[in-house]
Write a protein that binds this ligand. Structure first.
Ligand SMILES: [Zn+2]
Ligand SMILES: [Zn+2]
Length: 187
């Protein structure tokens, strides 16, 4: 049996964390790793105890939601809060970091950045990472152990079933297909 690679494992963890995001503008997750151990994780969310964008809507100033702390910053702050050194650590993020997070990662001593998706990659951020000697590597999440689109898939399968119901002339076969879809997709 082939085991899931470390890169896929940590990237999957970040994708799982992203599902906890409270701002719907962008769901981001970040996992900080040292010596193949997860030392912290974060997602795009409000300050502890604060209202959530998903409940109250975003607080937008100049085209940016100012309510949330970015996933990378939340992961670093978790280390600060509990006194965990980040010097020489690696970070796995679902999206290429913004300029602010880029500077914070450099300043916190992060040495390697793995990211799954390009996201408005700022040339200055790329320049700063290079200057700081930080290795950046794109690692797409290829193992489907974490299904990032499970909600959309369930909605789609429900639509397909509805469509099939109107077209089928074999109600028994339809019932069997429906039962299987329901068990597979938790409908
Ligand atoms: Zn928001
Ligand atoms: Zn950021």
């Amino acid at each position: 049996m082939e085991r899931i690679s470390w890169n896929q494992y940590f990237m999957a963890q970040s994708h799982l964390l992203a599902l906890r995001s409270t701002c719907t503008r962008l769901m981001v997750g970040a996992t900080i790793v040292r010596d193949k151990r997860i030392i912290a994780g974060g997602y795009n969310g409000s300050v502890s105890g604060g209202v959530h964008c998903i409940d109250e809507g975003c607080y937008v100033i100049d085209g940016h939601c100012v309510r949330t702390i970015h996933a990378e910053a939340n992961a670093l702050l978790q280390c600060a809060k509990f006194g965990v050194p980040t010097e020489g650590a690696e970070i796995y993020v679902t999206h290429f970091p913004c300029l602010q997070c880029c500077k914070q990662l450099i300043q916190a001593g992060i040495k390697t950045l793995f990211y799954a998706k390009d996201y408005k990659n700022h040339p200055y951020a790329e320049e700063l990472f290079a200057e700081a000697g930080i290795q950046t590597e794109k690692v797409a999440l290829t193992d489907l152990a974490v299904d990032y689109h499970y909600r959309e898939k369930a909605v789609h399968v429900r639509q397909l079933l509805k469509e099939l119901e109107t077209q089928t002339d074999d109600p028994e076969k339809y019932a069997a297909l429906k039962a299987e879809a329901e068990s597979l997709f938790n409908l």
